[in-house]
Design a protein around this ligand. Structure first.
Ligand code: GLC
Length: 485
């Protein structure tokens, strides 16, 4: 039987360019699908960051074509690297040779260009996929372009599309010019098509025109149908698109994130040698100037944005500021991440207040992240919403006990510990409040101090769970087969 062919489209892919979890998924899932016997190729923009990662002269395919964008015509130069998974890089320096990946005034044009270039690519590389798997708003128009502009070409007749939502909050909303750039007629600006909140939404194009909508956890797939989490798309999904919407959990790269072999950490350990985790804690403290005071170490590794729930640390709990209350316990905390000014400032302030009981690193640094997972006892993820979340999976793998809010993928991956049955991998709360966040940290603290055997059991339960991609990739492969028909 011929291999199922999939073109996986993502605007960030590890190791080439990354801003968030999407890049991890796009780096790992195709690799696993190839292992399982599918013919998967990845396509992404050729950013400035990609140049450092590939050998440009060896990767140039000498393939050049143009796409139309409104009244302009723009060139595409195709590069290809198959050292990990066959990956195409679409080069146009005007759009992609920039400091960062997103956030420019012409993002509409940049990603309209990318979508049109991807659809055109298929006629040029002799790879007609069974499935095009699109991810997030930047790739949303692709399923529509195939139907609207390529229906006359038999090559495209049997292509099915999957659209994965990694975060419903980012919807790619632009003005009417989006239609012109995508080569679509004005009819698409109706509210039953791409119109959304007075603009044109790239994400909505993906939702409506893909053959299947997928998101990164079963719980988030359900939550999207509610007003609380649907970001305005809830009634559309609930009433019209529910029949083609499902959720498949992400995994993590278990070769890379393995405390038994991780070269970034101070001493390797596994579930069998968990006592060596303590060495990581004390060495970490030494290196980063935290007091060695027998306290419980709390870790946070996250983008510092509203979604992640750190505003709860500004709440008042039992007539006391959250942080005063938290720091009255024998704990220390360490934060790694970058993001919104407000949260960066908040953590800087906490560092100022708590000195050598706090480590604050406003940075993005994978090696340091791994050291923190290895060093900390408890890992915080109080997200307001969380499509899947990868931090809690890494934390559990490194024996750090997660305290999370019960939402999206956090709900699907962390199980509240049960003292009777000794089952469970962490602590969870539901109400989005500083009060409940504190109570759950307190519960974890009580367990750490007074019930060390249970704490140890939670760590072991977390470390011995399976987090790899094998199972999820099998589900994707089944989904592809199902919609291919
Ligand atoms: C987004 C989501 C996160 C998810 C990741 C990968 O970053 O916020 O929850 O894990 O995408 O799917």
């Amino acid at each position: 039987m011929p291999k199922l062919k999939c073109l996986f489209v993502s605007t960030e892919v590890v190791p080439y360019a990354k801003t968030g979890g999407l890049a991890d998924v796009a780096g790992a899932l195709p690799k696993e699908l190839v292992k399982q016997g599918l013919d998967v190729r990845v396509v992404m923009p050729y950013y400035r960051q990609v140049k450092e990662k590939i050998n440009e002269s060896e990767c140039n395919l000498n393939l050049w074509y143009t796409v139309d964008l409104g009244w302009r015509t723009q060139g595409v130069d195709v590069y290809y690297d198959d050292s990990i998974v066959p990956t195409y890089f679409l080069k146009n320096d005007h759009y992609f040779h920039r400091d960062v990946l997103y956030g420019y005034d012409d993002d509409c044009e940049r990603f309209a260009f990318f979508c049109r270039a991807v659809v055109e690519l298929i006629t040029r590389i002799d790879f007609v996929p069974d499935i095009i798997h699109c991810n997030d708003w930047q790739t949303g128009p692709i399923p529509l372009l195939i139907r609207d502009q390529y229906y006359w070409d038999t090559k495209y007749h049997n292509i099915k599309t999957v659209f994965t939502i990694h975060n419903m909050k980012y919807q790619g909303i632009f003005g009417e010019e989006a239609l012109d750039l995508l080569g679509l007629n004005g009819g698409y600006s109706n509210s039953d098509k791409l119109e959304f909140n007075g603009g044109i939404s790239f994400l909505k194009a993906g939702l409506i025109y893909a053959d299947h909508i997928n998101t990164v956890s079963p719980t988030y797939a359900e939550e999207l149908k509610t007003q609380q989490y649907g970001c305005g798309m809830d009634s559309l999904i609930r009433e019209s698109l529910y029949w083609k919407t499902s959720g498949i959990l992400n995994g993590i790269d278990t070769d890379k994130y393995d405390p038994a072999t991780d070269r970034h950490i101070y001493k390797n350990y596994s579930a069998k040698t968990l006592e060596d985790k303590a060495i990581n804690k004390s060495e970490f403290r030494k290196e980063y100037g935290l007091k060695d005071d027998g306290s419980m170490l709390i870790g946070i590794i996250s983008r510092l944005t509203d979604q992640k729930g750190f505003d709860l640390m500004k709440h008042v709990v039992d007539h006391q500021w959250f942080m005063d209350k938290l720091m009255s316990l024998n704990v220390q905390f360490v934060v790694l991440g970058t993001g919104e000014y407000e949260y960066e400032n908040m953590f800087k302030h906490f560092k100022h207040l708590y000195g050598d009981r706090a480590g604050v690193f406003l940075d993005f640094n994978e090696g340091l992240a791994q050291k923190i997972y290895a060093a900390c006892d408890v890992f915080l993820m109080p997200s307001e919403f969380e499509p899947c979340g990868l931090g809690q999976l890494m934390a559990m793998r490194y024996g750090a006990v997660p305290v999370v809010r019960q939402t999206g993928g956090l709900k699907d991956t962390v199980i509240h510990y049960n003292y009777m049955t000794k089952e469970g991998t962490g602590f969870e709360f539901t109400d989005y409040s500083g009060y409940w966040l504190f109570r759950k940290i307190e519960e974890a603290y009580d367990c750490y101090v007074n019930r060390p055997k249970d704490f140890h059991k939670i760590q072991l339960n977390g470390m011995t769970k399976q987090y790899g991609w094998a199972e999820s990739a099998t589900k994707y492969a089944d989904l592809y087969k199902l919609i291919k028909g």
